[in-house]
Design a protein around this ligand. Structure first.
Ligand code: ACO
Length: 436
């Protein structure tokens, strides 16, 4: 953090002394006001539910300019990474700070590939779930359970443990997601095949059966790989902040990532891709394109509780750059599969067009986010809707682990412990039960 020449002064109208607060500069983006000594010096807390104005940490990993619609991983624009690199190169970049050279890439890919199998015992653990359990419920359990299987990488304070836990998590998430899927449909698990690419291997574990192999299609594999890249990290979003907070207690990396999976599940976050597709299916069922006007009316009515899923973002007040790339991928996939006349895609296009022109959305700077398109792409590939968020969790695991490791390596790191404005009852005495 670079100290700024500017200082902020906090003054109070009740005559309490002013307090000077230091400012720090980042390499890009807004400066921060350092309030760490505020409570000690004034006896007051700051109040910022939802973290609208609060930086919870400093980080070198991901930068978002929400007004410009810009996303950088370690300084590289997402558009360049999505078109010039694959997911495992992106993982290397997020974990170690630089893109790999060919030798580094080969070694990293070999290391990840070497860890794609999960402990055989894991399938018996999986059997305890109902067949119709939501994949995110299963994933929360499976990822949490990893700490019971890999005892030699659970010490968060040991850099070697953190490194091996990172590799294991990146390598095993595709296997676990595919197992969660196979369990739901009652098919045998398909073991990883290490001569395939990361995305290709995942798709084969999803779609092959013991009686029929799956030949990965290049366009679809590239689309899946792009989904992974676009979801790999997104600075201090809800699930990443959850992972950091959970990890700040010193818990093991698998437990911290399981907390991230649980947070991601919510429809305001990773669950939005599933919710967006369910929304499109609902509109389709109830009259399709002809009913968009009616649906938009409902969305604009605050009492209806209806939101246009896949639209809006806390940080992006411009087109989400990931949505642009996903839109492009969507066209490629639908072309490849001859699905361009797919009614769901047409509906999504029409909905996007109407929303982008509507005063309600324009005034609030609500644009499509990545989830608006990723659902359509995944559905076209053949991924069942309830699995969308699990795939997001697979892709985001590298971001979570990079952020967790960054936090643990930061000499300033402390257990996360927010404070509150207490507005409940003041101290009172318990009455005997007969007098209450
Ligand atoms: N549909 C209709 N209105 C919306 C939407 C939407 N999708 N999103 C925001 N608004 C409205 C709000 O009602 C609010 O209106 P008001 O000012 O009249 O009260 C205004 O736009 C500002 O929205 P906030 O809710 O204050 O924005 P916030 O930053 O808290 O929420 C969020 C962001 C949660 C993503 C929200 O836009 C939303 O729920 N979107 C739909 C779910 C979704 O797609 N989530 C995916 C996020 S991206 C990701 O996780 C990969």
């Amino acid at each position: 953090m670079i100290p700024s020449d500017v200082k902020a002064t906090l003054s109070f109208s009740d005559g309490s002394p002013n307090m000077d607060l230091p400012l720090y500069k980042g390499t890009i983006g807004p400066d921060v006001i350092d309030i760490r000594k505020l409570y000690a010096q004034t006896g007051k807390f700051t109040y910022d539910p939802g973290f609208l104005s609060t930086a919870s940490c400093n980080s070198t990993i991901t930068y978002i300019d929400g007004d410009k619609g810009e996303l950088l991983y370690r300084g590289y624009p997402i558009e360049q990474l999505a078109t010039s690199c694959d997911y495992l190169e992106t993982c290397y970049l997020l974990l170690y700070g630089e893109l790999p050279n060919p030798a580094q890439k080969e070694e990293f890919v070999a290391r990840v590939t070497n860890h794609t199998m999960v402990n055989e015992q894991m399938q018996f653990f999986l059997r305890g779930f109902r067949r119709d359990a939501h994949p995110m419920a299963v994933m929360t359990g499976l990822v949490g359970a990893m700490s019971a299987f890999y005892h030699d990488s659970t010490d968060i304070n040991n850099p070697e443990h953190r490194e091996i836990a990172a590799i294991r998590l990146i390598a095993k998430m595709p296997t676990l997601v595919a197992m969660a899927y196979k369990y739901t449909v009652g098919q045998p698990y398909i073991y990883p095949k290490n001569d395939l690419s990361y995305a290709g291997n995942f798709m084969r574990m999803m779609f092959a059966t013991p009686c029929e192999d799956y030949k990965p299609n290049d366009v679809l594999v590239r689309a899946m790989d792009r989904i992974f890249i676009l979801h790999a990290d997104h600075e201090q979003n809800a699930s990443t902040s959850t992972v950091r907070l959970c990890g700040s207690s010193g818990t093991n990396p698998f437990a911290a990532i399981a907390a991230g999976v649980a947070c991601l599940w919510g429809p305001a976050h990773g669950g939005a891709n599933e919710a967006a597709l369910n929304m499109l299916e609902d509109i389709q069922r109830n009259g399709g394109v002809a009913k968009i006007g009616e649906f938009i009316k409902q969305v604009k009515d605050k009492n209806s509780g209806v939101k246009l899923m896949g639209f809006g973002h806390r940080v992006y007040k411009n087109y989400d750059p990931r949505a642009k790339l996903m839109r492009e991928t969507c066209h490629e996939v639908l072309d490849e599969l001859g699905l361009h006349n797919d009614p769901m895609f047409k509906l999504a296009m029409e909905l996007e067009k109407i929303a982008l022109e509507d005063e309600y959305f324009v005034a609030r700077k609500l644009y499509p986010n990545v989830d608006f398109y990723s659902g359509i792409v995944q559905r076209a590939i053949g991924i069942p809707v309830p699995l969308f968020t699990a795939i997001f969790s697979l892709a985001r695991t590298v971001g979570w682990i990079a952020q967790l490791n960054e936090m643990i390596g930061d000499p300033e790191y402390k257990i996360g412990r927010p404070r509150q404005l207490y507005v409940g009852a003041t101290a009172r005495n318990v009455k005997p039960i007969g007098e209450r």
